[in-house]
Design a protein around this ligand. Structure first.
Ligand code: HEM
Length: 461
């Protein structure tokens, strides 16, 4: 009973947030990861918040944890990155990406890696080098899929992103090597972690580990050959080599190989899921679909180059409603339902002390479903964004995180979803079959059966 007492009442040089630590070692891990319905806050969180308030302590994944569902505390914690807190995801989630992954880097090294990432994912590169191929390949893939009559949206979006992005990341690969690399990018997914309650998680983890090992080995080989041959290419690999050769560079070859792999994988994994959810919400809401069609048909009508695809100007200035739809879809989906930080020292917040070494789990989804902030929070209503700033996050809208760890690929994801919706609503009629489109939360959104779409070309096009 003494051990039990010690487990339940951890030492702290101050006042710990209230809460309970669950069973020794496993803590409350299973309760936290228990699957629940899409249109509700996790029963675990709901009960804890009722009992202890928005800040409480627990033990998840064997780690002493403080959970924050309070928007001010969430923002304060994310803003204190590199000061009182450091990003610290559970090993199982980020370890497959290797110890050189940007998720294990802090301070100047992290800053430098982020800067390099933005040379691929920032607005300037999207506008100059990516949008054209993104548009063409999205259009072609949809045409192909429409020929089949029915397809899995996640699989299709993941394939099309990999198809145009891989040559931009590493050009001039032999066809066989490129195909192998693309398969490794596509095999990577964080889903095994979300589905860790299911038996299939083991296979998912195996596939992810295999993809990481093989993918990084392939990239490393190309990297070495490129450096020795001194051939110049117009791709992201070249950008990273230039960075490596700069005097006083903070990064080494392994960090850059890991970065190339990580960015390519995360891009397809996150954007394909976000597109699925946007399409699902649009197909379930005829009024939203009608308004979206109106916006995109107006863009088509005023486009000067009828053969050309979506332009950067159209995306930035003529897709207001589309961005309202994307924001609302991201708010409801909460693709990143929690963010993990580790306190580097004792930190005082809201009258409590978070002891150094403890994990803080920032949960923005509770804020996104707070009826005081979003009226009828489980209703998909893009018009709630009317007249609001659509692109920047805030403590009330934290889908892409905040502070220096804010998402590097938010603009990429927005652009890809916008272009997918543009072609979908202007050229096709589509529907999702209800039984094949179940979405659950574990607590991240998961599609156990994929998202299948029935599609055919509009008679008028
Ligand atoms: C709709 C899709 C996406 C969502 C909802 C999303 C969400 C997030 C969130 C919440 C964070 C912050 C994590 C934290 O602070 O702990 C983050 C970070 C990050 N995201 Fe995304 N993301 C998306 C798409 C992408 C894409 C397409 C990429 C492209 C590679 C990407 C790359 C990254 C990277 C590299 C970081 C880490 C940044 C850092 O550590 O400084 N994300 N994302």
């Amino acid at each position: 009973s003494q051990l039990w007492y010690q487990w339940s009442n951890p030492k702290c040089n101050g006042k710990l947030p209230p809460g309970s630590m669950g069973f020794p070692i496993i803590g409350e891990t299973f309760d936290y990861f228990k699957p629940h319905g899409f249109y509700e806050i996790s029963p675990f969180l709901r009960n804890k918040m009722l009992k202890y308030g928005p800040l409480f302590r627990t033990n998840i994944l064997g780690l002493k944890t403080v959970v924050s569902t309070d928007m001010d505390v969430n923002m304060e914690i994310l803003r204190q990155e590199n000061k009182s807190f450091n990003l610290s995801y559970p090993d199982g989630l980020v370890k497959p990406l290797g110890k050189d992954s940007l998720f294990f880097k802090t301070g100047n090294v992290h800053k430098h890696i982020k800067h390099i990432s933005m040379r691929l994912l920032g607005s300037e590169n999207l506008k100059r080098k990516i949008i054209k191929d993104m548009d063409r390949v999205t259009c072609e893939h949809l045409r192909l899929k429409a020929g089949e009559g029915r397809f899995d949206v996640k699989e299709a979006v993941s394939s099309l992103i990999t198809a145009y992005l891989t040559p931009k990341v590493i050009s001039n690969l032999k066809q066989e090597t490129q195909t192998k690399l693309m398969n490794n990018f596509k095999a990577f997914s964080f889903d095994w972690f979300r589905a860790s309650y299911a038996l299939s998680a083991g296979r998912g983890l195996y596939n992810t580990l295999w993809a990481c090992r093989e993918g990084m080995k392939l990239i490393k080989d190309v990297y070495t050959r490129r450096k020795t041959s001194r051939e110049k290419h117009d791709d992201f690999l070249e950008t990273t080599i230039e960075e490596l050769e700069k005097e006083g560079s903070f990064v080494n070859e392994n960090v850059l190989v890991s970065l190339i792999f990580t960015l390519s994988c995360i891009t397809q994994d996150t954007t394909s899921k976000a597109t699925c959810m946007a399409v699902k919400f649009v197909s379930e809401n005829p009024k939203v679909l009608a308004e979206l069609k109106r916006e995109h048909e107006a863009i088509l009508a005023s486009r000067k180059d009828k053969e050309g695809g979506v332009t950067w100007e159209e995306y930035r200035h003529e897709m207001t409603f589309t961005n309202m739809v994307i924001n609302e879809s991201l708010r409801m989906t909460n693709l990143a339902p929690m963010m993990f930080r580790r306190a580097v020292k004792d930190v005082k917040i809201k009258g409590y002390t978070i002891p150094g070494g403890w994990i803080v789990m920032v949960i923005p989804s509770v804020v996104h479903f707070d009826p005081e902030i979003y009226e009828n929070p489980f209703e998909f209503n893009p018009w709630r964004w009317e007249g609001k700033e659509l692109r920047s996050g805030s403590k009330k809208f934290m889908v892409f995180g905040a502070g220096i760890r804010q998402c590097a690929g938010s603009e990429f994801a927005r652009l890809q979803i916008s272009i997918f919706l543009h072609h979908l609503v202007t050229t096709y009629t589509f529907s999702l079959s209800k039984e094949d489109c179940e979405v659950i939360r574990v607590p991240g959104a998961l599609f156990p059966n994929g998202i299948s779409m029935n599609i055919s070309k509009c008679c008028s096009t």
